[in-house]
Write a protein that binds this ligand. Structure first.
Ligand SMILES: NC(=O)c1ccc[n+]([C@@H]2O[C@H](COP(=O)([O-])OP(=O)(O)OC[C@H]3O[C@@H](n4cnc5c(N)ncnc54)[C@H](O)[C@@H]3O)[C@@H](O)[C@H]2O)c1
Ligand SMILES: [Zn+2]
Length: 405
């Protein structure tokens, strides 16, 4: 049954997207419209040590701006670190917040910008569309090529006590400005490059194989954070998948290869634009409880699960998966669609192995006894179930997890 089906789709992005190697040196110019005087940069100590923070902060200080650095960001940020960042932002009284880092620091800056602007706690904003108005002026500058948080409407916090990942989804969380400078990713270590890169591939594949916007079983009047598969999302997903297949192995093997870094930076932003309008689905729904329980990186968890979920989706999405195979270099040579689709999944498994993503959940420390609990938590993330191109039951989710274990 399709209650009041949607006959339209939307497209949102960051307010302004700047892309280019060396572009952060021009940050004072990009910030001019805000007439900012005091800026808080939310980042972490590793990025200070490798010199990334200086590349952003030095031009700002040279332009006479007052810059405060919060360097306590952490991978997969916890609620406790969000409390610290919010306290630091209140104390700094900055006019502009900059999230500098991978998805973790960018998400931390987004949550901070929301709470500083509207008060209360981040818990008030978990879920969709709970942020009542514009957040504090927010700039996001990625240093990994993966999450697309610089253009997305999402921010994820880990509730370490309840072992839950909590998503805040709001169009207000799209940064006013995204500056994507591939040079900032040159110091990203191979593991973080591989994990975040395969997260971007997951974003593109989940969007391309999602429920179509006009088949989404959500009333058009109901606020919903994703529109499903749609024509613009398809264009972005294809462009991302082609580039990730081509550039990701090189970016992992040769960290200093700027052409590969540029290709991955562009691809991850494209995939961010795709998923944050279209969909993430069962891969992400399964990763949330697993990541919260065993503390693997979001990208490693997604990358591990991706081929297993593609195989589950195959009966409903063979044509789409076969196209993905062509974009990843599988020669179709007149083979039937299901065979090309099977080859596509093998291509993803090969990529996974080549860049060192674990292939079994037990390698991440997951026990078999944990699987039913993960399936139960995942089926509860209803929005992601509705978005998956093949609707799973809880038993299906458990079968996927058993296969991946
Ligand atoms: N908001 C969104 O739309 C969205 C989408 C997907 C994932 N996420 C979230 O993003 C987080 C994962 O982000 P990520 O994959 O980008 O990794 P990350 O931000 O967790 O970074 C991983 C590690 O790599 C280091 N690092 C990052 N860039 C570096 C560089 N250039 N040089 C040296 N070290 C560097 C960081 O200091 C960190 O220790 C998760 O919390 C996930 O839930 C958010
Ligand atoms: Zn993701």
């Amino acid at each position: 049954m399709k209650p009041d089906p949607r006959h339209f789709w939307n497209f949102y992005s960051a307010g302004r997207l700047v892309f280019g190697s060396g572009s952060v040196a021009r940050l004072p110019l990009f910030l001019k419209p805000w007439q900012a005087r005091r800026i808080l940069v939310i980042t972490d100590r590793i990025l200070e040590q490798v010199g990334v923070v200086a590349q952003v902060v030095d031009p700002l200080r040279a332009a006479g701006l007052d810059v405060v650095v919060f360097n306590e960001g952490e991978a997969e940020p916890s609620c406790a670190i969000a409390d610290k960042a919010i306290a630091a932002a209140r104390q700094a009284q900055a006019d502009v917040l900059i999230g500098l880092g991978g998805g973790s620091n960018m998400d931390l800056a987004k949550i901070t910008a929301a709470v500083v602007a509207h008060g209360g706690t981040y818990r008030d904003y978990f879920g969709y569309d709970k942020i009542p108005g514009p957040v504090q002026p927010l700039v996001c500058i990625p240093t990994t090529s993966g999450t697309g948080s610089e253009v997305s409407h999402a921010a994820v916090l880990t509730d370490t006590e309840r072992e839950l990942k909590e998503s805040t989804l709001s169009q207000q969380l799209r940064p006013a400005l995204a500056v994507v400078d591939p040079q900032l990713t040159l110091t990203c270590p191979p593991k973080a490059t591989a994990d975040s890169g395969i997260d971007a591939l997951t974003h593109a594949i989940e969007t391309y194989t999602a429920t179509s916007y006009d088949a989404l079983e959500v009333p058009a009047a109901e606020p919903f954070p994703y529109d499903g598969k749609h024509p613009l999302g398809d264009v972005l997903a294809e462009a991302a998948i082609r580039r990730i297949g081509y550039h990701l192995p090189t970016a992992v093997a040769e960290p200093a290869n700027l052409a590969a870094r540029e290709g991955m930076s562009f691809a991850a932003t494209l995939a961010g634009l795709a998923f944050s309008n279209g969909a993430v689905a069962v891969v992400h729904a399964l990763e949330y409880p697993i990541g919260a329980a065993v503390h693997c990186s979001h990208g490693a968890g997604n990358g591990l699960l991706l081929p297993y979920v593609m195989r589950f989706n195959l009966p409903a999405r063979a044509t789409e998966i076969a196209r993905i195979g062509e974009w990843l270099g599988v020669a179709d040579a007149g083979l039937p669609v299901p065979e090309v689709a099977e080859q596509a999944i093998v291509a993803v498994e090969r990529l996974q192995a080549r860049i060192g993503i674990p292939q079994k959940l037990r390698e991440l420390g997951v026990t078999r006894a944990q699987l039913p609990g993960f399936a139960a938590k995942s089926i509860g993330i209803k929005r992601l179930m509705l978005l998956n191109g093949r609707r799973p039951t809880e038993a299906d989710l458990l079968s996927i997890l058993e296969a991946a274990w």
